[in-house]
Ligand binder design. Structure first.
Ligand SMILES: [Zn+2]
Ligand SMILES: [Zn+2]
Length: 355
Protein backbone atom coordinates (compact mmCIF):
# COMPACT_ATOMS: atom_id res chain seq x y z
CA UNK A 1 0.00 0.00 0.00
CA UNK A 2 1.23 3.49 -0.74
CA UNK A 3 2.79 5.50 2.02
CA UNK A 4 2.97 9.02 0.69
CA UNK A 5 -0.02 10.71 -0.83
CA UNK A 6 0.15 13.45 -3.42
CA UNK A 7 -1.46 16.67 -2.40
CA UNK A 8 -4.59 17.59 -4.37
CA UNK A 9 -4.34 19.97 -7.31
CA UNK A 10 -5.79 23.28 -6.22
CA UNK A 11 -5.92 24.90 -9.66
CA UNK A 12 -9.02 22.99 -10.73
CA UNK A 13 -11.02 24.18 -7.76
CA UNK A 14 -13.15 27.20 -7.14
CA UNK A 15 -11.37 28.40 -4.05
CA UNK A 16 -11.28 31.44 -1.84
CA UNK A 17 -8.87 32.59 0.77
CA UNK A 18 -10.10 34.25 3.91
CA UNK A 19 -9.16 36.66 6.65
CA UNK A 20 -9.03 34.13 9.51
CA UNK A 21 -5.48 33.26 8.76
CA UNK A 22 -4.63 31.70 12.10
CA UNK A 23 -7.09 28.85 11.56
CA UNK A 24 -5.92 27.49 8.28
CA UNK A 25 -2.17 27.89 8.51
CA UNK A 26 -0.45 24.53 8.40
CA UNK A 27 2.79 24.46 10.29
CA UNK A 28 5.08 21.52 10.09
CA UNK A 29 6.51 20.33 13.35
CA UNK A 30 10.13 19.50 12.92
CA UNK A 31 12.92 18.66 15.27
CA UNK A 32 13.53 22.35 15.85
CA UNK A 33 9.97 23.45 16.64
CA UNK A 34 8.17 22.41 19.78
CA UNK A 35 4.58 22.90 20.85
CA UNK A 36 5.54 25.51 23.41
CA UNK A 37 7.37 27.89 21.10
CA UNK A 38 4.56 29.84 19.43
CA UNK A 39 4.30 33.18 21.29
CA UNK A 40 0.93 33.98 19.68
CA UNK A 41 -0.68 30.72 20.74
CA UNK A 42 -4.19 30.91 22.18
CA UNK A 43 -4.18 28.64 25.20
CA UNK A 44 -7.21 26.59 26.23
CA UNK A 45 -6.84 25.02 29.67
CA UNK A 46 -3.15 25.91 29.42
CA UNK A 47 -2.71 24.05 26.12
CA UNK A 48 -2.19 25.43 22.59
CA UNK A 49 -4.96 23.46 20.88
CA UNK A 50 -3.98 24.69 17.41
CA UNK A 51 -0.54 23.17 17.90
CA UNK A 52 -2.17 19.79 18.50
CA UNK A 53 -3.39 19.94 14.90
CA UNK A 54 0.03 20.57 13.42
CA UNK A 55 1.56 18.17 10.97
CA UNK A 56 4.48 15.97 11.84
CA UNK A 57 6.78 15.25 8.92
CA UNK A 58 7.42 11.53 8.98
CA UNK A 59 11.11 10.80 8.70
CA UNK A 60 11.78 7.19 7.80
CA UNK A 61 15.53 7.51 7.82
CA UNK A 62 16.30 10.58 9.91
CA UNK A 63 19.65 12.17 9.25
CA UNK A 64 20.15 12.93 12.91
CA UNK A 65 18.88 11.65 16.23
CA UNK A 66 15.24 12.67 16.74
CA UNK A 67 14.08 14.07 20.07
CA UNK A 68 12.04 11.85 22.38
CA UNK A 69 9.00 13.97 21.52
CA UNK A 70 9.41 13.48 17.77
CA UNK A 71 10.12 9.75 18.12
CA UNK A 72 6.98 9.20 20.19
CA UNK A 73 4.84 11.09 17.71
CA UNK A 74 6.26 9.07 14.83
CA UNK A 75 5.43 5.94 16.79
CA UNK A 76 1.81 7.10 17.17
CA UNK A 77 1.44 7.65 13.44
CA UNK A 78 2.81 4.18 12.70
CA UNK A 79 -0.03 2.66 14.75
CA UNK A 80 -2.52 4.15 12.26
CA UNK A 81 -0.77 2.78 9.18
CA UNK A 82 -2.84 0.66 6.74
CA UNK A 83 0.19 -1.63 6.70
CA UNK A 84 -0.89 -2.86 10.16
CA UNK A 85 -4.16 -4.27 8.83
CA UNK A 86 -3.64 -8.00 9.37
CA UNK A 87 -5.60 -10.72 11.19
CA UNK A 88 -3.31 -10.56 14.22
CA UNK A 89 -3.99 -6.84 14.65
CA UNK A 90 -7.80 -6.97 14.41
CA UNK A 91 -9.78 -5.71 17.39
CA UNK A 92 -12.31 -8.57 17.58
CA UNK A 93 -14.53 -6.77 20.09
CA UNK A 94 -15.00 -3.89 17.65
CA UNK A 95 -15.39 -6.24 14.66
CA UNK A 96 -17.92 -8.42 16.53
CA UNK A 97 -19.88 -5.38 17.69
CA UNK A 98 -20.02 -3.94 14.17
CA UNK A 99 -21.24 -7.24 12.72
CA UNK A 100 -23.87 -7.63 15.46
CA UNK A 101 -25.17 -4.08 14.95
CA UNK A 102 -25.45 -4.53 11.19
CA UNK A 103 -27.23 -7.89 11.55
CA UNK A 104 -29.62 -6.31 14.05
CA UNK A 105 -30.31 -3.42 11.65
CA UNK A 106 -31.05 -5.85 8.82
CA UNK A 107 -33.66 -7.80 10.80
CA UNK A 108 -35.18 -4.66 12.40
CA UNK A 109 -37.79 -4.13 9.60
CA UNK A 110 -39.42 -7.43 10.65
CA UNK A 111 -39.94 -5.95 14.14
CA UNK A 112 -41.13 -2.50 13.12
CA UNK A 113 -43.30 -0.43 15.48
CA UNK A 114 -43.90 3.30 15.23
CA UNK A 115 -42.90 3.72 18.86
CA UNK A 116 -39.53 2.04 18.30
CA UNK A 117 -39.01 4.06 15.12
CA UNK A 118 -39.70 7.32 17.00
CA UNK A 119 -37.22 6.42 19.75
CA UNK A 120 -34.59 5.62 17.08
CA UNK A 121 -35.07 9.01 15.38
CA UNK A 122 -34.80 10.98 18.65
CA UNK A 123 -31.81 8.96 19.89
CA UNK A 124 -30.11 9.35 16.47
CA UNK A 125 -30.30 13.12 16.76
CA UNK A 126 -29.23 13.15 20.42
CA UNK A 127 -26.26 10.82 19.94
CA UNK A 128 -25.06 11.84 16.48
CA UNK A 129 -25.66 15.59 16.43
CA UNK A 130 -25.45 16.47 20.13
CA UNK A 131 -23.09 13.69 21.26
CA UNK A 132 -20.65 13.31 18.37
CA UNK A 133 -20.88 16.49 16.27
CA UNK A 134 -21.39 19.01 19.07
CA UNK A 135 -19.67 17.47 22.09
CA UNK A 136 -16.93 15.16 20.79
CA UNK A 137 -16.10 17.11 17.63
CA UNK A 138 -16.66 20.84 17.97
CA UNK A 139 -16.42 21.15 21.76
CA UNK A 140 -13.73 18.61 22.71
CA UNK A 141 -11.65 18.13 19.56
CA UNK A 142 -11.53 21.75 18.43
CA UNK A 143 -12.54 23.69 21.56
CA UNK A 144 -14.88 25.84 19.45
CA UNK A 145 -17.12 26.33 22.49
CA UNK A 146 -17.28 25.43 26.15
CA UNK A 147 -20.22 23.61 27.68
CA UNK A 148 -21.31 24.27 31.23
CA UNK A 149 -22.60 21.71 33.67
CA UNK A 150 -25.04 19.92 33.19
CA UNK A 151 -24.95 20.29 29.37
CA UNK A 152 -21.34 19.09 29.31
CA UNK A 153 -22.08 15.82 31.11
CA UNK A 154 -25.33 15.20 29.22
CA UNK A 155 -23.85 15.93 25.77
CA UNK A 156 -20.74 13.83 26.47
CA UNK A 157 -22.98 11.01 27.68
CA UNK A 158 -24.86 11.10 24.36
CA UNK A 159 -21.48 10.91 22.60
CA UNK A 160 -20.58 7.86 24.69
CA UNK A 161 -23.80 5.99 23.82
CA UNK A 162 -23.28 6.76 20.11
CA UNK A 163 -20.98 3.74 20.23
CA UNK A 164 -17.96 5.44 18.64
CA UNK A 165 -15.68 4.97 21.63
CA UNK A 166 -14.68 7.10 24.59
CA UNK A 167 -14.18 10.87 24.28
CA UNK A 168 -10.40 10.88 24.70
CA UNK A 169 -9.51 8.35 22.01
CA UNK A 170 -12.10 9.78 19.59
CA UNK A 171 -10.76 13.31 20.08
CA UNK A 172 -7.10 12.34 19.92
CA UNK A 173 -7.62 10.32 16.73
CA UNK A 174 -9.51 13.21 15.15
CA UNK A 175 -6.71 15.63 16.00
CA UNK A 176 -4.24 13.28 14.33
CA UNK A 177 -6.50 13.35 11.26
CA UNK A 178 -6.39 17.15 11.12
CA UNK A 179 -2.64 17.24 11.54
CA UNK A 180 -1.83 14.60 8.95
CA UNK A 181 -4.89 14.98 6.72
CA UNK A 182 -4.44 12.99 3.49
CA UNK A 183 -0.74 12.65 4.23
CA UNK A 184 1.25 9.86 5.80
CA UNK A 185 -0.04 9.22 9.34
CA UNK A 186 -3.67 10.17 8.60
CA UNK A 187 -5.74 7.52 10.42
CA UNK A 188 -8.36 7.37 7.65
CA UNK A 189 -7.52 8.94 4.30
CA UNK A 190 -9.61 7.74 1.33
CA UNK A 191 -6.62 8.52 -0.88
CA UNK A 192 -5.15 5.30 0.55
CA UNK A 193 -8.35 3.38 -0.10
CA UNK A 194 -12.01 4.43 0.11
CA UNK A 195 -13.11 1.41 2.19
CA UNK A 196 -10.10 1.78 4.46
CA UNK A 197 -11.20 5.33 5.29
CA UNK A 198 -14.85 4.37 5.68
CA UNK A 199 -14.55 1.23 7.76
CA UNK A 200 -11.41 -0.89 7.89
CA UNK A 201 -9.21 1.60 9.77
CA UNK A 202 -11.40 1.07 12.83
CA UNK A 203 -10.68 -2.65 12.94
CA UNK A 204 -7.10 -2.13 14.16
CA UNK A 205 -6.52 -2.98 17.79
CA UNK A 206 -5.28 -0.47 20.34
CA UNK A 207 -2.11 -1.51 22.17
CA UNK A 208 -1.83 0.07 25.62
CA UNK A 209 1.25 2.02 24.60
CA UNK A 210 -0.55 3.52 21.61
CA UNK A 211 -3.29 4.99 23.82
CA UNK A 212 -0.73 6.23 26.36
CA UNK A 213 1.27 8.07 23.70
CA UNK A 214 -1.85 9.25 21.88
CA UNK A 215 -3.37 10.77 25.01
CA UNK A 216 -0.06 12.32 26.08
CA UNK A 217 0.61 14.05 22.77
CA UNK A 218 -2.85 14.79 21.37
CA UNK A 219 -5.21 15.40 24.31
CA UNK A 220 -3.08 16.81 27.14
CA UNK A 221 -5.85 19.36 27.73
CA UNK A 222 -8.56 16.72 28.19
CA UNK A 223 -6.75 14.12 30.29
CA UNK A 224 -6.98 16.57 33.22
CA UNK A 225 -10.78 16.44 33.05
CA UNK A 226 -12.09 13.84 35.52
CA UNK A 227 -15.50 13.59 33.82
CA UNK A 228 -13.95 12.75 30.45
CA UNK A 229 -11.49 10.26 31.95
CA UNK A 230 -14.40 8.60 33.77
CA UNK A 231 -16.40 8.25 30.54
CA UNK A 232 -13.32 7.01 28.69
CA UNK A 233 -12.85 4.19 31.18
CA UNK A 234 -16.53 3.22 31.46
CA UNK A 235 -17.99 3.83 28.00
CA UNK A 236 -18.76 0.14 27.18
CA UNK A 237 -20.91 -0.08 30.33
CA UNK A 238 -23.06 2.89 29.28
CA UNK A 239 -23.49 1.43 25.81
CA UNK A 240 -24.54 -1.98 27.10
CA UNK A 241 -26.71 -0.28 29.72
CA UNK A 242 -28.54 1.64 26.98
CA UNK A 243 -29.18 -1.61 25.08
CA UNK A 244 -30.49 -3.40 28.16
CA UNK A 245 -32.72 -0.45 29.11
CA UNK A 246 -34.25 -0.39 25.63
CA UNK A 247 -34.81 -4.16 25.78
CA UNK A 248 -36.37 -3.97 29.25
CA UNK A 249 -38.86 -1.21 28.40
CA UNK A 250 -39.66 -1.96 24.76
CA UNK A 251 -38.65 -5.52 24.02
CA UNK A 252 -36.86 -6.63 20.86
CA UNK A 253 -38.33 -3.95 18.54
CA UNK A 254 -36.99 -1.19 20.80
CA UNK A 255 -33.54 -2.84 21.03
CA UNK A 256 -33.26 -3.35 17.27
CA UNK A 257 -34.45 0.15 16.32
CA UNK A 258 -33.23 2.18 19.32
CA UNK A 259 -29.77 0.63 19.27
CA UNK A 260 -28.94 -1.32 16.09
CA UNK A 261 -30.60 0.78 13.38
CA UNK A 262 -29.81 4.01 15.16
CA UNK A 263 -26.07 3.32 15.61
CA UNK A 264 -25.61 1.82 12.14
CA UNK A 265 -27.11 4.90 10.46
CA UNK A 266 -25.05 7.20 12.69
CA UNK A 267 -21.91 5.16 12.01
CA UNK A 268 -22.22 5.41 8.27
CA UNK A 269 -22.98 9.13 8.33
CA UNK A 270 -19.91 9.73 10.53
CA UNK A 271 -17.78 7.47 8.34
CA UNK A 272 -18.93 9.26 5.20
CA UNK A 273 -17.33 12.39 6.64
CA UNK A 274 -14.04 10.46 6.69
CA UNK A 275 -14.46 8.91 3.25
CA UNK A 276 -16.88 10.75 0.91
CA UNK A 277 -16.04 14.32 1.95
CA UNK A 278 -12.39 13.73 1.16
CA UNK A 279 -13.38 12.45 -2.32
CA UNK A 280 -16.41 14.27 -3.75
CA UNK A 281 -17.94 17.74 -3.60
CA UNK A 282 -16.82 21.33 -3.98
CA UNK A 283 -14.28 23.46 -2.18
CA UNK A 284 -14.73 26.95 -0.77
CA UNK A 285 -11.13 27.12 0.44
CA UNK A 286 -7.75 25.99 -0.71
CA UNK A 287 -6.34 23.57 1.85
CA UNK A 288 -3.43 21.16 1.84
CA UNK A 289 -5.77 18.16 2.10
CA UNK A 290 -8.47 16.80 -0.21
CA UNK A 291 -11.46 17.90 1.92
CA UNK A 292 -14.72 18.75 0.13
CA UNK A 293 -18.17 20.15 0.93
CA UNK A 294 -20.83 17.54 0.15
CA UNK A 295 -24.48 18.46 0.71
CA UNK A 296 -25.88 14.97 1.22
CA UNK A 297 -23.29 14.15 3.88
CA UNK A 298 -24.16 17.47 5.54
CA UNK A 299 -27.79 16.30 5.66
CA UNK A 300 -26.86 12.84 6.99
CA UNK A 301 -24.34 14.15 9.54
CA UNK A 302 -26.08 17.25 10.89
CA UNK A 303 -23.85 19.78 9.12
CA UNK A 304 -20.50 17.98 9.26
CA UNK A 305 -20.53 17.43 5.49
CA UNK A 306 -19.26 21.01 4.95
CA UNK A 307 -15.91 19.44 5.52
CA UNK A 308 -13.70 21.68 3.38
CA UNK A 309 -14.98 24.66 5.38
CA UNK A 310 -14.11 22.77 8.53
CA UNK A 311 -10.60 21.73 7.47
CA UNK A 312 -9.86 25.30 6.39
CA UNK A 313 -11.08 26.70 9.73
CA UNK A 314 -11.25 23.88 12.28
CA UNK A 315 -11.59 26.13 15.32
CA UNK A 316 -14.89 27.71 14.20
CA UNK A 317 -18.12 26.46 15.75
CA UNK A 318 -20.02 26.80 12.46
CA UNK A 319 -19.44 24.29 9.67
CA UNK A 320 -21.71 26.04 7.15
CA UNK A 321 -20.15 29.27 5.87
CA UNK A 322 -22.60 30.17 3.04
CA UNK A 323 -26.23 30.97 3.85
CA UNK A 324 -27.42 27.79 2.16
CA UNK A 325 -24.89 25.52 3.87
CA UNK A 326 -27.35 24.43 6.55
CA UNK A 327 -25.80 23.24 9.79
CA UNK A 328 -28.25 21.72 12.31
CA UNK A 329 -25.48 21.18 14.88
CA UNK A 330 -24.83 24.93 14.83
CA UNK A 331 -28.54 25.49 15.56
CA UNK A 332 -28.19 23.30 18.66
CA UNK A 333 -25.07 25.24 19.74
CA UNK A 334 -26.99 28.52 19.28
CA UNK A 335 -29.81 27.21 21.46
CA UNK A 336 -27.42 26.12 24.20
CA UNK A 337 -25.77 29.55 24.05
CA UNK A 338 -29.18 31.20 24.37
CA UNK A 339 -29.93 29.33 27.60
CA UNK A 340 -26.41 29.97 28.93
CA UNK A 341 -25.12 26.40 28.65
CA UNK A 342 -22.67 27.06 25.79
CA UNK A 343 -20.07 29.81 26.32
CA UNK A 344 -16.93 31.07 24.56
CA UNK A 345 -18.51 30.09 21.24
CA UNK A 346 -16.26 30.91 18.26
CA UNK A 347 -19.07 32.04 15.97
CA UNK A 348 -16.94 33.75 13.32
CA UNK A 349 -17.47 33.18 9.61
CA UNK A 350 -14.51 33.91 7.32
CA UNK A 351 -14.90 36.84 4.92
CA UNK A 352 -13.66 35.98 1.43
CA UNK A 353 -10.69 38.11 0.51
CA UNK A 354 -11.06 40.73 -2.25
CA UNK A 355 -8.21 39.30 -4.30
ZN1 LIG B 1 -11.32 15.35 7.28
ZN1 LIG C 1 -12.53 18.28 12.94
Amino acid sequence: MSTLIERPESEEMDVESSDLSNDSAVQVITEETTLEENPEAVLVDGVDVDALHERLEVEREPKKQLSQNAMERQEILAYFSPDRLAWKNVDWIVAGWMIAMHVGALIAPFYFTWQAFGVAVVLHWLTCSIGICLAYHRCLSHRSLRLKWPAKVVATFFGVIAGEGGPLRWTATHRVHHGQSDQEGDPHSPLEDAWWSHLWWMMLNHPKRKDELLFKHYVPDLTKDKTLVFFEKTFPLWLWGTGLTLLYFGGLPMLLWGLCVRVVLAYHSTWLVNSATHLWGYRNYETTDASRNLWWVAVAAYGEGWHNNHHAHPRLARAGHKWWELDPTWWAISFLRLIGQAVDVDDRIPEPSKS
